[in-house]
Design a protein. Structure first.
Length: 387
């Protein structure tokens, strides 16, 4: 009999929507499911928002008191979908209460917070995961399989980008994502860390970075209402403006511990790019290319193909590939953002059920914070900076 586990979700915004959909759909895709997540309580900043999230996302109860909820005996899992500034406080309280924890990315604003979070979950012995979902795109997991099988040989170079344009308009609202005290950093923490996670997953730990960081838009219109407004949908250019004190964009060179080299860049100001996450990896025996905007496809080149057949081939992911057993029955029917979150949910509950560590864990999230911190410091000094 599959166990039902009660989830308390803290934060009912964009990420709350993605996680709630995953809780509902995960057993529909992956059966037998490792557990049945039950949407027990959702917490938001005021009663009206919490009640709206409850009704919309299918939770039994709404609350505004995360501390009380996290300490309830009938809660098994705490899901942190809040802005970054309260990840640490909630996670540490939840760990002390013995709850399994999934936390949205980035794990924290600073390395210091991440150290405390990793320590708290290790001491409590609870399952812990950071929601870096893109590594769970089947094509990225297929790239990992080919790398682990040695199909592209020893990795020599990793080139990663994450380009978006939702903040290219200087009159786009001052989301919390532009405020250091809430976000910790800008493009580095918000989207660059996704690519660092995939670099760690596919290549190995980053050892040293050299970064250039830029803030192009120093002030933005203060946004109205309590809900984060990504992008320019709520323009109020004539209203008061507040300071942006994080990076808009960075570009960097990388050295990996295993000797591979590479580059990583991210921006939310790159007009025309939406969720342009690209990975290009070459090794001694072949190459891999992935672009999230064509996420059903993995481009691979194997140097050991016969000379007259060499060339990049396109593999459309489907039942023969990672996670294919639970997803759709025909290749290229379409992987979406939701599917990546459903797989993440399956892997998180599978880790709880098996007692094996989840991945990426808070300890992995801490390593990513160390890279983010090195990128910020290198951006300030211009020097090669050890992680
Ligand atoms: C905004 O840049 C954002 O919502 C990120 O915070 C997410 O992590 C990314 O998946 C989509 O874009």
């Amino acid at each position: 009999m599959t166990k039902t586990m009660n989830v308390a979700m803290i934060g009912g915004g964009f990420m709350g929507k993605a996680h709630a959909m995953a809780y509902a759909s995960m057993p529909m895709f992956f059966w037998p499911a490792p557990a049945i997540p039950h949407r027990k309580v959702v917490v938001d900043v005021d009663q009206a928002m919490a009640e709206e999230a409850r009704a919309r996302f299918g939770f039994d109860e709404a609350s505004t008191d995360w501390k009380a909820v996290v300490n309830r005996d009938d809660i098994d899992v705490v899901d942190i979908c809040t802005p970054n500034n309260i990840h640490a406080e909630i996670a540490i309280e939840a760990a002390r209460a013995g709850k399994h924890i999934i936390c949205e990315k980035p794990l924290s604003r600073t390395v210091e917070e991440a150290v405390e979070m990793a320590k708290a979950v290790a001491e409590a012995g609870v399952t812990n995961m950071v929601a870096y979902n893109y590594r769970r795109t089947p094509a990225v997991a297929l790239a990992k399989k080919f790398i682990d099988e040695g199909r592209i040989g020893k990795i020599l170079n990793f080139r990663g980008t994450y380009l978006q344009d939702w903040s290219a308009d200087p009159d786009g609202p001052l989301s919390w994502r532009f405020q250091k005290k809430i976000a910790g950093s800008g493009a580095i923490g918000d989207i660059g860390t996704h690519v660092v996670d995939m670099a760690h997953y596919l290549v190995g730990p980053v050892a040293e970075v050299n970064a250039i960081t830029r803030t192009y838009v120093p002030t933005r219109p203060v946004q109205s209402g309590g809900v984060d407004k990504l992008g320019a949908s709520d323009k109020s250019a004539d209203g008061p403006r507040g300071d942006v004190d994080v990076d808009d964009e960075f570009t960097s060179l990388l050295k990996f511990e295993n000797g591979a080299i590479g580059s990583l860049e991210a921006t939310r100001n790159g007009w025309g790019r939406n969720n342009f996450i690209t990975l290009e990896i070459h090794g001694t025996k072949g190459s891999i290319h992935f672009n999230y905007e064509r996420r059903d496809e993995l481009q691979v080149y194997f140097a050991d193909d016969p000379g007259d057949a060499r060339g990049f081939r396109t593999i459309y992911t489907g039942p023969a590939h990672p996670y294919g057993e639970g997803l759709w029955p025909i290749p290229a029917l379409g992987i979406g953002y939701s599917e990546t979150k459903i797989i993440e949910c399956r892997d998180f509950f599978a880790a709880i059920a098996s007692g094996e560590p989840a991945s990426p864990s808070f300890a992995d999230g801490l390593l990513i914070e160390r890279v983010a911190d090195a990128l910020i410091r290198s951006g300030e000094t211009g020097a090669w900076t050890a992680v």
